[in-house]
Structure formats: C-alpha cells, structure tokens
Design a protein around this ligand. Structure first.
Ligand SMILES: NC(=O)c1ccc[n+]([C@@H]2O[C@H](COP(=O)([O-])OP(=O)(O)OC[C@H]3O[C@@H](n4cnc5c(N)ncnc54)[C@H](O)[C@@H]3O)[C@@H](O)[C@H]2O)c1
Ligand SMILES: [Zn+2]
Ligand SMILES: [Zn+2]
Length: 395
C-alpha cells in the first residue's frame, strides 16, 4: 500500500510499504478514505525526530471502511463506516473505565513511562503505524472504532478522530462559568474548533489570538473577537486582553499552540542545536531538558484572571521546562491538560454531526488532497502557505 512515512527533519515521503494484516483476533483492517494532517504531525516533522525511525508511517486522524475483521470481532463488520480515535485504548482497563483513554493501562508505553499508545506518533507512544495510509490495522476492534452512518460526506465525521474531541475536552477543562469569558491562544484547527464549541456551549465572550491572517479571519467570521499577535510584539498582549475583559483577564484560557510557539528565540536555538546531535543522545537530552518554546504557555499564565483556569491542549515535550511557579501559585491558577480522551467525548459530539452542521465540519478543511501530495502539504501547513489550515488526505 501507499503510506506517508517519516525520513528526517522536514522530510516526509509517500512510500510503498507492506499491507497491514490482522495479528490479533480482535484486530480490524480499515481502508482509509479520509485522513487529517494535525498540528501534532508538525512536531514530528520539526523537533521530535529522535523518537522516530526512518520509514515510520505517520497520521492519527483517519476514517474509512472496514475491510477485514479478526475472528473475535462482533462490533463491526466489513463494509461498516468507521472513524478511528487517535488513542489506542482497550476500553476495559481502570483508566478507560474512567474515560481517561489517553492513559489506557493496556497500551501505556512503560519503557518510556508514557501514557496510551497513539497511532503514528513516535516511540514514546508505541511506534504504532499510522493512518496517513491506504490501510490501517486497528486493535481493539470491538471497542475502538466509532461507527458512523453511510451517506454524509467524510468531512462531517473525520474530525471525531482528534480535532473535535480535543477541542471539546479543551472547552470542558476550561470550565468557563456562566456569563464568563474565554481566550483561545492559537487558531489552528484545534483552537478554531474550540471557539466553535465554546460558542455552541453558550460562552459569551470568546477572544482568539493568532498571527496568521486567514486563521484570524476564519475565527472572526464565526463571531470570535480576534487579536493579531503581530500587533502586540512589544509584549502588551496581556494588557490588551485585560482591557477587553473588565480589567481582570478572561476566566479561562485555552492554549492551543504547543511546543513550537512563535516567539522565544532562545529555545528555538536550543531545538536547532539539539538536532545536530546523534539521535540517542538527542533523545535523552530532549526527554530531560526544557527545549520547548514556551511563549504561548507563558502568555496563558499571564493573561488568565486570578483564580482562573488554563486548559492546555498544545503538546509540550521537555522535562525541565522552567515555569513561573510564583505567579502560578500566587494567581491561584487551575491548570488542566493532556491528550484528548477521544472515546470519552464521542457520544456528546455525535448528535451535533447533523445536516445543520452547527460546528461547520463540512467547510472546515481548506485542502482535500491525494496522499501523494503529502510532502508538499506538510510543508505548506507548517509554513502556513496557500491558506492551508486543515488538510484532509483522500488515499
Ligand atoms: N491535546 C491533544 O490531544 C491534542 C490533539 C491535537 C493537537 N494537539 C496540539 O494542539 C496544538 C495545535 O494544533 P493544531 O492542529 O491546531 O495546529 P497548528 O500548529 O496549525 O496550530 C497552532 C496555531 O498557533 C499559532 N501560534 C503560534 N505561536 C503562537 C503564539 N505565541 N500565540 C498565539 N498563537 C500562536 C499558529 O499560527 C497556529 O495557527 C499543537 O501543539 C498540537 O500538537 C493536541
Ligand atoms: Zn492530532
Ligand atoms: Zn484501557
């Protein structure tokens, strides 16, 4: 089959690799019809290289049609239309029982002390072949696949794999009080969708911050008060947000940026130097050292009102990142974070994926491309060129 594979920093290719096969009686094989490109894939593209091997198949936002099922699979059958969550979760362990699928005890990667395995996401998360491919092997076939109806276009359902539950969890964890205010840092797919879900939940004041004109424009068109970070290079973003929120700052901030935030040039240099070291050394340093660009997280800490909540969706990777604990403690900040527990939220979201399309899923993608164009799409998504906000590959 054809699949998007990692070969090095900013080097992804489309290769012919062996077709996946059923390995366990509860496995299924899915023929992928749509599969998203995520901001998390950009971390693999740029800074997480030491945790990948050449040839690793990428991608964790797939949906498609069940092609084959193992002997013990009864929940789905060949021909069923399914979305596959990005967490590989068993559905039966203690963590899954609590809706913490990203901490699944059956698939935790104990070698690295990390949580549940993820599709297409480095050795830290199990090195499971990913879903930017023609075919995908999916374990836990009786639990993991989300069955969706035949008929409507893929776009309506594909974001159940990641963007929708991630944004849903971000808003849930933000816990904005009635009549309250929310700032969303980063208006990529996750931040943009979070503003839509926040609006749907009736949150009154939603402020979105980014520095890419078309991303700001998309949010503005959906009724979000937007702030262009480029107008606040001098560091007065906090003041500006406070002015709009009664002088205090918003009740909650969703940070949907992550470890490669615009800003913090010192950390950027650290990341670049790191990539010159041999892999095992680099991996060890990356795990131990603070190499993240913390600009957006620092902004969230600064902006949120006293006693407010930061809901962190953006992914970070360093172990010793410096955080301003004095400020965090003094401001009594509530900090909630983690990979999205996809299955935890799926039943809440499914009723919104209707013909009315209240979250705008069917116009969310800016690009629908054949898999063969993945190298170009990764580059344009990273550089924010050609209006690229959300890419769906159609293998
Ligand atoms: N927690 C989860 O389960 C989960 C799931 C999906 C994605 N993510 C993470 O969420 C983050 C966003 O992902 P995405 O798919 O929306 O991709 P993205 O990379 O396109 O979005 C990031 C956005 O932040 C903007 N930005 C950069 N620096 C900024 C700054 N200092 N202030 C404000 N905005 C800034 C960028 O212009 C971009 O629009 C990534 O870190 C990704 O890894 C987490
Ligand atoms: Zn993702
Ligand atoms: Zn589990």
């Amino acid at each position: 089959m054809r699949a998007v594979t990692w070969h090095g920093k900013r080097d992804v290719r489309v290769d012919t690799v062996p077709d996946p096969v059923i390995q366990q009686p509860t496995d299924i094989i899915v023929r992928i019809t749509s599969t998203g490109l995520c901001g998390s894939d950009l971390h693999l593209y740029e800074v997480l290289g030491p945790f990948l091997d050449k040839g690793d198949v990428l991608g964790h936002e797939p949906m498609g049609v069940v092609e084959a099922v193992g002997a013990e699979v009864t929940a789905v059958a060949p021909g069923d239309r399914v979305v596959i969550p990005f967490n590989v979760a068993c559905g039966t362990c203690v963590m899954c029982g609590q809706g913490l699928h990203s901490q699944c005890e059956t698939t935790q990667v104990r070698e690295h002390g990390t949580g549940a395995s993820l599709f297409g996401y480095t050795k830290l998360y199990g090195q499971v072949p990913g879903g930017q491919a023609e075919l995908l092997r999916v374990p836990f076939g009786n639990f993991l696949p989300i069955k969706v109806p035949q008929g409507p276009p893929d776009d309506r359902f594909v974001y159940l794999s990641d963007v929708l539950p991630t944004a849903w969890q971000a808003v849930a964890y933000a816990d904005v009080p009635d009549g309250g205010s929310l700032a969303v840092l980063g208006l990529g797919p996750v931040g943009d969708m979070a503003t839509r879900i926040a609006r749907h939940h009736g949150i009154e004041q939603i402020i979105g911050v980014d520095l890419v004109p078309e991303r700001l424009e998309r949010a503005r068109a959906n009724g979000v008060e937007v702030i262009d970070l480029r107008d606040h290079d001098g560091g007065d973003l906090t003041e500006h947000v406070r002015e709009r929120t009664g002088g205090r700052g918003p009740d909650a901030v969703i940070e949907a940026v992550g470890m490669e935030a615009h800003g913090s040039p010192g950390a950027k240099l650290a990341q670049q130097m790191m990539s010159l070291l041999p892999d095992p050394v680099e991996a060890r340093i990356m795990e131990r050292a603070g190499v993240d660009r913390l600009h957006a997280l620092y902004a969230a800490i600064d902006i949120v009102r006293r006693g407010g909540t930061i809901s962190l969706s953006g992914v970070y990777g360093g172990m010793t990142d410096p955080l301003p604990l004095l400020t965090m403690f003094d401001k009594q900040i509530q900090l909630r974070m983690g990979q999205a527990n996809v299955k935890r939220w799926a039943d809440d979201i499914l009723p919104l994926l209707t013909d009315d399309d209240p979250l705008g899923t069917e116009t969310f993608a800016t690009h629908r491309l054949p898999l063969e164009q993945a190298p170009d799409a990764y580059e344009k998504f990273q550089k924010k060129q050609d209006g690229t906000v959300k890419v769906l590959f159609q293998p």
